[in-house]
Design a binder for this molecule. Structure first.
Ligand code: AMP
Length: 419
């Protein structure tokens, strides 16, 4: 047997996933975001330049594809996208969009070569939303409001929290990195190897360490929000005030930095203890320099978020009974009792379907076997056609719940189900 690729999943029942996607899309549209799509393959350079070479995603987790173009020009290397923000910003720049704010969302698979575990896959899905050209910090607040209302009101989730932090502007981070470096230098002997490495290469990533001993040191580390310039300090205060006024609950998490290079100012994650180790089911933040970094004519301060679909799906499973899932459609089956009735069965099914009535025709096995199958399918009605019915231009409709049967004219069948 050839198995599925490690870290991927088969989705055999799409009911909850469809509800998740439809509800999320409707929420985005309610806030005037427009759905777009970009390719799944992109130039690897796009992610190297935007996420940063030192990030786990770029340094260890890329699925790159050998292509003929690349044989001629190594710079043409392509990959399966690991996230959507860089692609959406590329699309903004490449298509010369000049209407800002550009509020868009997209849905699709992402690929990261990670160690698979519950809630962590190599192919997973995100709904990503971005506001490109969003100078005011009130955009961050509105994005968080949209997500929080989606999770609490539409998905009826209760056991989750919003963590936020503020990473300041480039100058603030430069100053803070030096302050943090001086602090970590004093504790260098107590840090593990990975943290020592990160300290030199991408210092703020030390906070993502899972080691308890390192975390105890980081609990005492200086906080970036204590070193913001006056403009950033004002924006950080405004974000918190606005969230409070809009009744969006949050907690400030000074160690939340998010792994990617492009983040600045507001960063956030929605987490739930119901998910276990991989507790974040959505995350995002502000990226003020990425547009110009990817070739835009001018800086476009922007903010975005991504929902991890598989993790949100795990949460929805726990509250499924409270969700307004669409009612399953009535299942009707037509059972021709012999081969001679098969053509008539197909003709009648065609007539019902032409009137938007979903119907299945059972064609294989004995009559007994087909009745069993109808039960298994949860059919509300079985339409039986034997030689007798065929000769009389009738069918027998059997109510599978009550067992009641009645003969009706073939021409009256659609009308019978309509009422
Ligand atoms: P990120 O793009 O890393 O900010 O991730 C945004 C969200 O995508 C996370 O909060 C997760 O819910 C989800 N996510 C990220 N990586 C994975 C993965 N390997 N498997 C499943 N979901 C993921």
């Amino acid at each position: 047997m050839i198995t599925r690729v490690k870290g991927t999943q088969d989705f055999l029942d799409l009911d909850l996933l469809t509800f998740l996607a439809d509800t999320t899309f409707a929420q985005c549209e309610l806030y005037q975001f427009k759905r777009i799509e970009t390719p799944i393959i992109e130039h690897t350079e796009l992610f190297k330049r935007s996420l940063g070479l030192q990030t786990d995603v770029v340094s260890k987790e890329m699925f790159t594809i050998k292509s003929h173009d690349q044989e001629q020009n190594p710079a043409d290397e392509i990959c399966l996208r690991p996230e959507a923000t860089a692609s959406l910003v590329r699309a903004f720049v490449e298509n010369g969009i000049d209407q800002v704010p550009w509020k868009v969302f997209t849905y699709g698979p992402m690929f990261r070569y990670e160690r698979p575990q519950k809630g962590r896959y190599r192919q997973f899905h995100q709904v990503s939303m971005e506001i490109i050209g969003a100078t005011s910090q009130a955009h961050d607040v509105e994005l968080l409001l949209m997500l929080d209302r989606l999770f609490s009101d539409k998905f009826k989730l209760v056991n989750y929290a919003l963590h936020i932090n503020f990473l300041g502007c480039q100058e603030d981070r430069k100053k803070y990195r030096e302050i943090l470096y001086a602090f970590l230098k004093k504790h260098q002997d107590e840090l593990d190897g990975l943290c020592k490495d990160r300290m030199e290469k991408n210092i703020m990533r030390v906070f993502d360490c899972k080691n308890q001993q390192c975390q105890e040191i980081y609990n005492k580390a200086p906080k970036i929000t204590d070193y913001l310039c006056s403009e950033c300090a004002g924006q950080w205060q405004a974000v918190q005030n606005q969230l409070s006024l809009l009744s969006v609950n949050f907690s400030v998490e000074p160690k939340l930095v998010r792994g990617l290079d492009y983040y600045s100012k507001t960063v956030f994650e929605f987490v739930s203890p119901d998910l276990g180790a991989q507790s974040a089911f959505a995350g995002g933040g502000r990226y003020d320099q990425l547009v110009s970094h990817l070739g835009g004519r001018q800086d476009q301060p922007s903010v975005g978020a991504a929902i991890g679909v598989e993790r949100l799906l795990l949460l929805l499973e726990t509250v499924k009974a409270n969700l307004p899932l669409p009612q399953a459609k009535a299942v009707r089956v037509i059972i021709p009792m012999g081969q001679a009735q098969q053509t008539l069965a197909l003709l009648l099914a065609d007539e019902l379907r032409a009137q938007d009535m979903s119907v299945d025709v059972l064609l294989d096995g004995s009559f007994k076997h087909m009745m069993k199958k109808a039960n298994k399918l949860g059919a509300s009605h079985a339409i039986l056609i034997g030689q007798d019915e065929q000769d009389a231009r009738e069918v027998t409709v059997k109510n599978m719940v009550t067992g009641a049967q009645e003969r009706i004219a073939q021409t009256a069948l659609a009308g019978y189900f309509k009422k």
